[in-house]
Write a protein that binds this ligand. Structure first.
Ligand code: SAM
Length: 245
């Protein structure tokens, strides 16, 4: 019966089988009032560091409960070393990108401010809550890192040279996505960059094309919305080079 447990929460502290874990207030509310669980019910918990566990609800009162960690069910594993750099779009679309990128197994998300980025208001805490929720739901064991927003120019200046940067080039001048991703080295350290609704400026494209570590990629003749482009590129990478292979 324990194997069928669907409820899964993230713990911000390292767990072990000796521990009685204290969930946060919102998590207690979710367990006791939303899901109406009670003393003795079991849930899954993961900590992003040591794996996943089964725990039993105990010490229940109206507004609090604890979780007695019973056993470890999965050893820690991390997603492939793939980053997503995206220009923040409108709120609901950004939410979609963040949740989808987490499900698609990115290791890091970098909000990237480009010339035509319309939404520069980046709420890092909000993004962090969203990656946790998506990770809980999709059963991954690690949590993607969210970076502070940075300008594309600064990102390119400080880019780690050993990581290939695939920029999704809507002008059609990039390499076919399958060919680009299947070339040597791409399954190693990679990043996908997607522009805003207004696309990249000519100057940005020129700058990107001059970098040895960057490669322009085409996703065909149709122009995709930024959120479609981001998730499609990530899915292609996972299928050709990542953990869907
Ligand atoms: N305003 C641009 C235009 O009309 O050409 C379109 C920008 S598109 C909505 C947003 C981003 O998605 C682009 O900057 C690019 O990174 C990516 N994208 C969309 N369609 C693409 C395609 N067919 N190939 C490569 N990248 C694409």
């Amino acid at each position: 019966m324990k194997k069928n447990i669907k409820i899964r929460l993230f713990a911000k502290q390292k767990l072990n089988t000796e521990l009685v874990w204290q969930p946060e207030e919102a998590q207690v509310h979710y367990l006791l009032n939303v899901l109406r669980l009670s003393e003795g019910d079991c849930i899954k918990i993961f900590d992003g560091q040591s794996g996943e566990y089964i725990g039993k609800i105990c010490n229940c009162s109206k507004k609090s409960c604890s979780i007695q960690i019973l056993e470890k069910t999965r050893e820690m594993e991390v997603c492939p070393d793939l980053w997503l750099l995206f220009a923040p779009v409108k709120k609901d679309k950004t939410d979609f990108i963040i949740a989808g990128a987490t499900e698609l197994g990115v290791a890091k998300i970098v909000p990237t401010i480009t010339r035509y980025t319309i939404s520069e208001k980046v709420k890092k805490e909000r993004y962090e809550a969203q990656v946790i929720e998506a990770a809980e739901q999709c059963r991954r064991l690690d949590i993607p890192l969210i970076e502070e927003p940075k300008s594309l120019e600064k990102i390119l200046q400080n880019w780690p040279q050993e990581r290939i940067l695939y920029f999704m080039d809507e002008t059609g001048n990039g390499e076919n996505i399958q060919t680009a991703f299947q070339k040597e080295n791409s399954s190693h350290k990679a990043a996908v960059l997607v522009g805003p609704e207004g696309g990249f400026s000519e100057e940005e494209l020129q700058n990107l094309r001059q970098k040895d570590f960057a490669k322009g990629v085409s996703m065909g003749k149709r122009i995709l919305r930024a959120e479609t482009a981001a998730l499609s590129a990530l899915a292609c990478w996972q299928a050709l080079c990542g953990d869907w292979k």
